[in-house]
Write a protein that binds this ligand. Structure first.
Ligand code: ZN
Ligand code: ZN
Length: 113
């Protein structure tokens, strides 16, 4: 029998300074760090879907080792299928669907490790 349990969150824990944890209805647990989630932003700007180059590290930065600490400013629900994340770097156009979350689960099992 086909189910959608694996893309249906049972519980979501959001920490604005650490990241997001999701318990899925199929019993799987995913933990996403902030930087990882930001890198996996599915919006057109970050993925280059509109033919623009994907997000690149800033060149000409006089302090290449310096990075502002990334945080979540706010998280809002999008319907009942996704979250929209507002980042401290000003970016907020990423809509993270449950399917996307499950797809990018960094655990060994999901990444084929
Ligand atoms: Zn984005
Ligand atoms: Zn996983």
């Amino acid at each position: 029998m086909m189910t959608t349990l694996e893309t249906d969150p049972e519980h979501i824990a959001i920490s604005k300074s650490k990241g997001i944890k999701i318990d899925w209805k199929d019993g799987h647990r995913s933990e996403y760090g902030l930087t990882y989630l930001r890198d996996k932003c599915p919006c057109a700007t970050c993925t280059g879907a509109h033919g623009t180059p994907p997000r690149q590290p800033e060149s000409g930065n006089p302090f290449p080792m310096y990075k502002p600490v990334l945080k979540i400013v706010s998280v809002g629900p999008v319907g009942n299928y996704a979250l929209q994340i507002h980042w401290s770097d000003g970016h907020s156009s990423g809509i993270y669907s449950w399917e996307h979350f499950r797809h990018i689960c960094p655990c060994e099992e999901c990444q084929g490790g």
